[in-house]
Design a protein around this ligand. Sequence first.
Ligand code: SF4
Length: 357
Amino acid sequence: MTSIEKQDLRNLTQEGLIEYVESLGQPGFRGKQIMGWLYRPGISEFSQMTDLAKVFRQVLAENAYLSQFPDPILEKASDGCVKFGFRLDDGHIVESVLIPEPDRNTLCISSQVGCAMGCTFCLTGTMGFIRNLKAAEIVNQICGVRDYLLGESPDSLIGPTRVTNVVFMGMGEPLNNLDNVLDSLSIMTEQKGLDLTPRRITVSTCGIVPKIREMGEKSTVNLAISLHAVDDSVRSKLMPVNNRYSIDELLEACRTFPMPKRKRIMFEYTLLQGINDSDQDARILAEKLQGIPCKINILGYNECDALPYRSPSRNRLMAFQRILIDANYTVFIRSSRGSDISAACGQLATGLKNKAC
Ligand code: SF4
């Protein structure tokens, strides 16, 4: 039997592992024991799981395996961001971006190879959709970056030695791969898994309205909405998903999104010069978001030669922000990170140089 036909245990949540060991005739608690090993740094073989009986370890080795993302392709930006390219079994490459700050390491991860949504300002959109990532391929991005951090000298790092925050803002539309994303979230937040707190994880969507509620019912992580326009005709040109779900339908889904009191939805708004960056746009945005507990991230467009859009001036960004602040919103101007290695928002399109480290 080849490893491809075996069960990759990293695709399984803790409940899935319990069911799996039971299918092998073992008591369910062995599934929890295995979960306790799967995400420890340096564990790659069942023989290392020393609290499992030797015979059971052999059964596991015959029927299952642990996938890994070894030897990523790395590109480092002048601002400390690192873009990782992970090779998948079928030869595709999926990208993640580490954004270090002194008190945190945010990892931007991918949920699909390519993307079907075709947003006209996004390089990933130009790739088209190739396939969904499995849960293991999502969590292995975090494990791969964790292993990279552990292998670096702490003095050379800007942030901590572990991944502290995760955002689904890399390649793909996570809500178009919701089952695998939910399984990966379960593994990420499980104490015996990657032990990340849900409030440090954000799933970002371009607005797949029916899936927004489903995600809210099945997970407690943060929701971010890529809004980017306040007028349906403008948004439909930028984001074809808007032809299916209008701005008002999207915002209604946000109004009814199940959230504890202190939680906020994050709206992402990329300013494109002359398209969505006027004072009037800011005023309409303030009106439309009324009644939704939210924060707003505004960002100047990350220009690239392949796409026609341009970034507004810093003054325009600040004027847009001022109108929203005056309307009592919490608004951040998100600084662009990693743009010199095409790792900034909307720039992921497997453009990595084949540079193994
Ligand atoms: S912005 Fe997001 S949803 Fe739109 S094409 Fe790019 S990856 Fe897909």
